[in-house]
Design a protein around this ligand. Structure first.
Ligand code: ZN
Length: 396
């Protein structure tokens, strides 16, 4: 992590020091957190209004489509005045370092960042974009409008950064004075996090960003014979030719979304049905494998114990005894993603008469977990007369 920061010119070696902790981010990555509490006591608080979350939500409520942008390492876009850098230093096992770019945890950092974003926003019509710290939300009512706005915002961001590159001599004094933000163009990578639309236009714009697709398009332009047999371009969109049918080539970033459309939104079709559905209008390499692993991971299918489209029947006794907990159905579901308690399976016990259901997370499908659970359950409800299961060995 330190090496990355050094390489990206965000920190340098130093002589002073604040203590350091590594904190796990929501996405599982590590974040370097420096305990600036003692330093922050010495920093004069700057004033700049942060928008209230409520205000943001109110604005957003009028719209239907949303795109969120996350400025990658937003704070690091802002340079720190060389004089002030020594105050930001921190200690690691590898030695002392100080920031050249604004770190998290510094008292005025959020305000400095918000101010930079507001400057960018001034150039966009206010309604186009809502920003809160390093999150940008673009709102619109139609997806045509969405693309127009997204393009505008991206252009303005790019321009703001290139512009600031031109005046790199001015620096931020992170400690007290009014900052002049400066950064290199290469520092900002925009990552589109969530997109709530799918459309032909969106497919196109994602195709344009996909490296593999770019390569194919390049080969078509160079009149590569083999590629021309397999692919064609129509209205800028790349199609796969298969048995005289033209199938849209789905870029990597959209494959998951496409499967959601074809599988989840069609009542969780089985494997062959899902593949067939897709084959009618889209294509991407190793589609069958992709579908296979997608279905394996589909929680809905797993919970309903569906495989290959068939729904397994429940066990039925012809004569249900009208007494609670006389006849129970017992079944294992799983395996699922391991929980923090290392449980991977679910044991489900359903009373045939009342349909009362007991669900218990267990580590594996071994008999001893079944017995443990049964012992616990029967201690409350008494011993059932009949137990129905669909598997043999775990219950014998
Ligand atoms: Zn499913």
């Amino acid at each position: 992590m330190i090496n990355d920061l050094l390489k990206n010119d965000i920190i340098q070696r130093s002589e002073y020091a604040s203590p350091v902790v590594i904190v796990k981010k929501k996405n599982g990555n590590d974040r370097l957190c420096i305990d600036y509490r003692r330093l922050n006591k010495l920093i004069i608080r700057e004033l700049f209004p942060l928008p209230s979350i409520e205000e943001c939500l109110q604005k957003a409520a009028r719209y239907k489509y949303f795109t969120t942008l996350d400025l990658n390492s937003g704070y690091y876009q802002i340079e720190i005045e060389p004089e002030s850098r020594k105050y930001t230093s921190f200690v690691t096992t590898g030695g002392l370092y100080e920031f050249k770019r604004m770190p998290f945890g510094l008292k005025n950092a959020p305000l400095v960042f918000q101010r930079l974003m507001s400057k960018i926003q001034e150039k966009v019509t206010k309604d186009n974009m809502i920003h809160y710290m390093d999150d940008i939300l673009i709102c619109s009512n139609t997806y045509e409008e969405m693309f127009r706005k997204l393009t505008t915002v991206l252009e303005i961001l790019k321009e703001a950064i290139v512009h600031r590159q031109g005046r790199r001599k001015e620096h931020v004094d992170a400690l007290s004075r009014c900052p002049n933000e400066s950064a290199k163009e290469t520092d900002v990578t925009l990552r589109v996090d969530k997109v709530s639309i799918t459309s032909d236009d969106w497919l196109l714009s994602m195709q344009l960003q996909d490296n593999n697709i770019k390569q194919i398009v390049e080969k078509i332009k160079n009149k590569d014979k083999q590629i021309l047999k397999e692919f064609c371009i129509e209205k800028d969109r790349l199609f796969r030719i298969e048995k005289e049918k033209k199938l849209r080539v789905v870029p990597k970033a959209l494959r998951h979304k496409m499967l959601e459309e074809c599988h989840d939104k069609n009542g969780h079709l089985g494997f062959e049905e899902t593949v067939n559905k897709m084959k009618t209008y889209i294509w991407f390499p190793r589609m069958r494998n992709f579908v296979k692993s997608y279905l394996k991971a589909c929680a809905e299918c797993a919970y309903n114990k569906r495989q290959g489209g068939k729904i397994e029947g429940q066990h039925h006794f012809d004569n249900i005894i009208p007494i609670p907990f006389k006849t129970v159905h017992m079944d294992h579901l799983g395996s699922f993603i391991k929980s923090t308690k290392r449980n991977e399976h679910i044991l489900v016990i359903v009373d045939a008469f009342t349909k009362y259901t007991i669900i218990k997370a267990v580590k594996c499908s071994a008999t001893r977990h079944v017995l443990e659970t049964l012992r616990e359950v029967t201690s409350y409800f008494g011993v059932p007369e009949r137990i129905a299961t669909d598997r043999g060995t775990n219950y014998e």
